[in-house]
Write a protein that binds this ligand. Structure first.
Ligand SMILES: NC(=O)C1=CN([C@@H]2O[C@H](COP(=O)(O)OP(=O)(O)OC[C@H]3O[C@@H](n4cnc5c(N)ncnc54)[C@H](OP(=O)(O)O)[C@@H]3O)[C@@H](O)[C@H]2O)C=CC1
Ligand SMILES: Nc1nc2c(c(=O)[nH]1)N=C([C@H](O)[C@@H](O)CO)CN2
Length: 235
């Protein structure tokens, strides 16, 4: 795509963020990707402009925003994927857990959206902000209390930014439940997690890629949520 405005994706080092970056690179979009850990597979993101960013460090966030604003005058999309799934059982103090969850899932999207809004508005073909939230935004989580609250905050940001940036920029959430397991998930966990939905599968990264594609092609959806949860609320 000649002279296509880039897509910014946070957390491209692995799993869903990595799949999103690969997909849009293959489609010919310029991809700006943030990573924290230098996973070896980052070398597969040929052509992507990668930024080492720790969203728990304000200096790192400021440097990212400055670098993007210095080099680009427009953006096709910003996909807020980066996330830390911290449980209350973590050895970190509750105050640290809560501030980290609010920082990465709400503070960072809030800052980046405000700082890059004009670049999104400059996109010739319209533009999108996509917040990747979580099914637990609407029901809470007994083991990931701060995480769920912070994803609910992100869901609320979707409403405000949709109203603020319309009509040039669409702003939507994708609220997944179980998309893919982590390597350390044992059989008992996997069986219990699968049983929580009606469809009882893990669809994998492609389900998220397809949802992002739908939102970016939509002419009439903003301020809303695509729920990818296998019918879990009806279970
Ligand atoms: N997988 C699933 O089944 C579900 C996923 N989701 C949501 O989908 C999105 C993608 O999920 P998934 O791919 O599993 O997520 P992962 O937890 O596997 O990866 C998250 C990414 O965010 C990065 N990240 C975490 N903390 C920071 C930080 N402080 N600074 C910069 N980057 C950071 C990680 O970097 P690093 O590699 O260094 O850790 C990693 O690349 C997330 O928003 C998640 O909450 C929601 C429900 C279900
Ligand atoms: N950042 C992450 N958030 C979430 C993950 C994950 O691996 N990283 N995983 C889940 C679970 O799949 C949950 O939806 C089902 O147990 C939730 N969020």
């Amino acid at each position: 795509m000649v002279n296509q405005a880039p897509i910014l994706i946070t957390g491209v080092g692995k799993r869903i963020g990595f799949a999103l970056a690969k997909h849009f690179l293959k489609k010919g979009y310029p991809v700006l990707g943030t990573y924290r850990t230098a996973h070896p597979q980052l070398s597969e993101l040929k052509g992507a402009q990668l930024f080492a960013v720790d969203f728990y460090q304000q200096k790192s966030i400021d440097e990212l925003i400055t670098a993007i604003r210095q080099e680009y005058s427009s953006l096709r999309a910003v996909i807020h994927n980066a996330s830390d799934w911290l449980p209350e059982s973590s050895d970190q103090a509750p105050t640290e857990i809560f501030s980290r969850m609010m920082q990465i899932h709400a503070g960072v999207p809030y800052q980046i959206n405000l700082a890059l809004a004009d670049l999104l508005e400059n996109s010739e073909e319209g533009s999108d902000i996509i917040h990747i939230t979580d099914y637990v935004s609407e029901k809470g989580s007994s083991k990931h209390i701060a995480y769920a609250a912070s994803k609910a905050a992100l869901s609320n940001l979707t409403l405000s930014f949709a109203a603020s940036l319309a009509p040039k920029v669409k702003v939507n959430s994708i609220a997944p439940s179980l998309i893919m397991f982590n390597p350390h998930d044992d059989e008992a966990y996997r069986s219990k997690a699968l049983d929580k939905s009606l469809l009882k599968i893990t669809p994998g990264e492609q389900e998220m890629v397809d949802a992002v594609e739908y939102l970016m092609r939509s002419q009439y959806m903003t301020g809303r949520t695509l729920s990818l949860d296998g019918g879990r609320p009806l279970r």
